[in-house]
Write a protein of this length. Sequence first.
Length: 265
Amino acid sequence: MTYAKMNARHLIIDLIMGSDGAPITIRQLLLAANLFDFSENSIRVAVTRLSSDGMIESSARGKYQFTQQWQAWATDMLKRKQGIQATKPWNHDYLAVFTGALGRVDRTALKRRERALRQHGFRELQTGLFIRPDNLAESFDETFKRLILNGLEPDANMFRVSHLDTASSQKVAILWDGESLNHTYANISQKIQAWLAQAHECDVEQAARESLLLGREAIPLLTADPLLPPPFIDEAARHQFIQDVQQLDQVGQKLWQQFYDMVQV
């Protein structure tokens, strides 16, 4: 089985995510690094850079956790990983964000803005007009606040759309690649199920390592999943994907705890 590529930065983020966002010690990071053939220096450099980037911070001597901003992201990912209902039945309304008055000169602001919108499932219907189905369980105001927290300028305008003309409806229908999403749900589910069926045959170090690498396959989809309603995606495939990720997470956490206990952290 092939796995997603891993580097020291990924390892640190994934281990903190795997601890449900709780602080992790530098000793744990260095012990984990041995399983992936990363040097102690590469881990310490990655910790320094992640701190400089504002992603992690020291919670106590030798312990690191996500910063407040990235903890919000981690909490969202944790909810998705745990299958907590993040959506509601869709009544065919849409949420729309208009950014046309914000300008495009500041490339850094533009990048943050577009990343925030994309991560929350919005796609550009027309220049400066982003849209998504209004099926998120959180309230209208909560969605807007979360967009701003993640990089959308407060001067943007968000509104609810209850009707689209025929031409716009046709454009909306192809903004998301539902077929690709369904394929990815099924592909990752199959990989997880195959690994779970044989994981007990591996030693603790190998199984812990593989659980993290396999989890790295799921993280991009958890992060970027636009949380679309049917008929945009196959809801059963997405539900199965979430169930399989939950099982992988449970097994992986036990394996990593066994590993830390074995080396007496």
